[in-house]
Design a binder for this molecule. Structure first.
Ligand code: G1P
Ligand code: ZN
Length: 544
């Protein structure tokens, strides 16, 4: 066994963002780049020697190569055992599930989520802790600090592992076990949902389901669960083979990038239920026959109907949503007498609430929904949750959502993204906006009165850690809001996200085009932040 110590020099740009370290593939292929980051992870962890690590990724370009490097580094650093998904595949929620099931000390997930892949696409590395969730800020900050000074890493000289062959082998003193990527996850889903009821629905012949895996990681999971276990007809899962470049597509389940599914679902005689998931399987988009469900509404509907689902039949402990997510879930929480938590953007902020049992369901407007079953958002879980509700209620998606609005009112919602803005311009915009905040309260913007204007700061109710500057919020006295923040997941320039929300209790005004219903706030957002003037853009790149 030959462990080599390799001298290296720090890279200055290894600060993890909203969800791990994401860079373009050529950056990760730079000599020692991946190795430095991986060694920095091991360097800041304590007491992992001899214990189990989970490893897998979304199958994108460079996944297999990175796994071989990480295995050799794990062996050199004294990890006892690594469970790696077959073919290097583990969806993000499946990795979380496997970490928890095996009481691993943590997991390394290779993914850049919904960002495009391929030799010129993006790659990413995320470290998850023993609860199965993304490392909290204190860990990611420690890793970053370490990357700034690292001067050596350890790696074992060894043959590559055959990732396609299930079973156990040794690498130095470490055991490597190549595991079925789907089995543990599918088993967990069976404990939460009424599979026989869902099976009755999807095999009844009068219900058509369509799942678009966008050539990303959920293909094998969706085929096993929907087609093999639940008996949905072959072909229910489309684009079900994970490809290293996602077939050239953008594996992001929204109305813009999941266009094939959208075309199918908005055609005459469309299927009853359509869904899509992203690169690493943690996001979901839910569409009914000619009807799109916003992620914020989806969270609220799942919460309101949770007791119909076996895994949640005793009710919820609480609901948590990220700050920019619409307040639709808050209304459900209020009615059910539950606590509702507002956290910064990023799933890592839900971890503590889930761990101590303050929240059961969590959601983000960015097509992320999940629960305490794992510590990541979970795309297929959301699809199964919806199917279980549909099987119980025997109503179309549209009817369920409209009934929900009639009960709770409708929170109109939209997000406008301005992608690839020059970083300087984006920073100037945010700085100028922040400077205005203290003088906004009580003033009129359009015909609305500003109730509060601040930069969101969050104090974690469990460990009292404080996260500042999490997004500019301008709230109006009628409950509507405009929120601004810069993306923390992009790899090129900056992305400005503008989140717009208004509340409509009047049923006769429900179901309008959100861009029309939110027109006043779209105008206000541009005026107050000077978007056109400062970015030179006259419209967003992506509207969801
Ligand atoms: C985006 C989403 C955020 C999500 C993250 C990871 O982050 O907005 O809700 O948790 O991706 O999927 P952002 O690019 O906005 O920092
Ligand atoms: Zn993702």
């Amino acid at each position: 066994m030959n462990i080599r110590t390799v001298l290296t020099q720090p890279f200055s740009d290894q600060k993890p963002g909203t969800s791990g370290l994401r860079k373009q593939v050529p950056t990760f292929q730079t000599r020692n780049y991946l190795e430095n980051f991986i060694q920095s992870i091991f360097d800041v962890l304590d007491n992992y020697q001899g214990k189990t690590l989970i490893l897998g990724g979304d199958g994108r370009y460079y996944n297999r190569q990175a796994i071989q490097i990480i295995l050799k580094m794990a062996a050199a650093n004294g990890v006892g055992k690594v469970l790696v998904g077959q073919g290097g595949i583990l969806s993000t929620p499946a990795a979380s599930c496997v970490i928890r099931k095996n009481q691993a000390f943590g997991g390394i997930i290779l993914s850049a989520s919904h960002n495009p892949g391929g030799p010129d696409g993006d790659f990413g590395v995320k470290y998850n802790t023993e609860n199965g969730g993304p490392a909290p800020e204190k860990v990611t900050s420690a890793i970053y600090e370490r990357t700034k000074v690292i001067d050596q890493y350890k790696i074992l000289d060894s043959e590559d592992v055959n990732l396609d062959q299930l079973g156990s082998l040794t690498m130095g003193e470490m055991t490597v076990e190549v595991i079925d990527s789907v089995a543990d996850y599918a088993e967990l889903m069976q404990t939460l949902f009424d599979f026989s009821k869902i099976k009755e629905l999807v095999t009844s012949g009068h219900f058509k389901l369509c799942m678009d895996s966008l050539h990303a990681v959920t293909g094998p999971y969706a085929k096993r669960i929907f087609e093999e276990m639940l008996g949905a007809p072959a072909g229910t899962v489309t684009n079900g083979v994970p490809l290293e470049d996602f077939g050239g597509g953008h594996p992001d389940p929204n109305l813009v990038y999941a266009h094939d599914l959208v075309d199918t679902m908005f055609a005459p005689n469309a299927p009853d239920f359509g869904a899509a998931s992203d690169g690493d399987g943690d996001r979901n988009m839910i569409v009914g026959n000619n009807f799109f469900v916003t992620p914020s509404d989806s969270l609220a509907v799942l919460a309101a109907n949770a007791t119909l689902v076996p895994g949640y039949k005793d009710g919820l402990a609480g609901i948590a949503r990220s700050m920019p997510t619409s307040q639709a879930a808050d209304r459900v929480a209020e009615k059910l007498g539950l606590d509702c938590y507002e956290t910064p953007t990023g799933w890592k902020f839900f971890g503590n609430l889930l761990d101590v049992g303050k929240a059961t369901l969590c959601g983000e407007e960015s097509f992320g929904t999940g629960s305490n079953h794992v510590r990541e958002k979970d795309g297929l879980w959301a699809v199964l949750f919806w199917l279980n509700i549909l099987a119980e209620r025997q109503q179309p998606v549209e009817a369920i959502v409209k009934e929900h609005w009639a009960t709770y009112g409708q929170n109109y919602y939209s997000r406008h993204d301005y992608e690839g803005i020059e970083t300087d311009k984006a920073n100037t915009l945010m700085e100028q906006l922040r400077a205005k905040l203290p003088s906004l309260k009580g003033t009129q913007l359009g015909t609305y009165t500003v109730d509060y204007a601040d930069d969101f700061s969050y104090t974690d109710p469990v460990d009292s850690s404080v996260s500042q500057k999490q997004g500019v919020r301008i709230g109006f006295t009628d409950g509507s809001r405009v929120v601004f923040r810069l993306s923390g997941t992009g790899t090129k320039g900056a992305t400005l996200r503008v989140y717009l929300e208004s509340y409509e209790p009047d049923t006769s005004k429900h179901g309008q085009d959100p861009q029309v219903a939110l027109a006043d706030f779209i105008k206000i957002a541009d005026e107050v932040a000077q978007i056109q003037t400062l970015t030179g853009r006259d419209k967003p790149t992506v509207i969801t």
